[in-house]
Design a protein around this ligand. Structure first.
Ligand code: ZN
Ligand code: ZN
Length: 144
C-alpha cells in the first residue's frame, strides 16, 4: 500500500482510501479493465463506493498521469496502471487485451521535421489471441 500511496503523491493526487483502492486494482490487474469492471470488483469490499466516484477517480488519475486511458476498445474506455511506454494487443474474438513491449527512445528524429520528444505512446495491434486462433482453425476444419 505504501508504494501505491507514493505513486499517487508523486502524481499530485491526494491518496484517499477509494483512490488507493482503484490505483491498487489497476496495478494488480493487467487486464486493462473498464470503469464498470473496476466498480464491480471493488464494490463488495468497499460498499460506500459509488460508480460516480470510480469514474471521477479514473478521470483524475488519468489527468494527473498516474494511469493511462487507452482507446483500443471502441465501446469502452479501458484503463492501465502501467504508464511506461508499451503497445497493446486486442483480440477481436474474446476482447482480451495484452501488453506488448516496444522499444522507444525519449526522442526520435524525423526527416524534414527534426527532433521530437516523446511523452506517451499509444500503439494498438488487433487480431486473434492464441485460443481464438485455435478455435477458429478447428471451426474451419469442421466445415471442410
Ligand atoms: Zn481471444
Ligand atoms: Zn498496458
Amino acid at each position: 500500500m505504501e508504494r501505491i500511496k507514493q505513486h499517487l503523491l508523486d502524481h499530485d493526487v491526494k491518496p484517499s482510501l477509494q483512490r488507493m483502492a482503484v490505483m491498487k486494482y489497476l496495478m494488480d490487474n493487467k487486464t486493462h479493465p473498464t470503469a464498470d469492471m473496476i466498480f464491480n470488483e471493488l464494490f463488495p469490499s468497499i460498499p460506500t463506493l459509488s460508480k460516480t466516484t470510480v469514474y471521477n477517480t479514473l478521470k483524475l488519475l488519468t489527468d494527473k498521469g498516474a494511469i493511462l486511458m487507452i482507446g483500443i476498445d471502441e465501446k469502452n474506455a479501458r484503463f492501465d496502471g502501467d504508464t511506461s511506454p508499451h503497445a497493446h494487443f486486442r483480440c477481436k474474438g474474446c476482447g482480451c487485451i495484452y501488453d506488448i513491449p516496444i522499444d522507444v527512445n525519449n526522442t526520435i528524429f524525423v526527416d524534414g521535421i527534426g527532433e521530437l520528444t516523446i511523452d506517451e505512446v499509444h500503439v494498438y495491434y488487433k487480431g486473434s489471441c492464441k485460443e481464438c486462433a485455435e478455435a477458429h482453425a478447428e471451426n474451419d476444419q469442421a466445415k471442410s
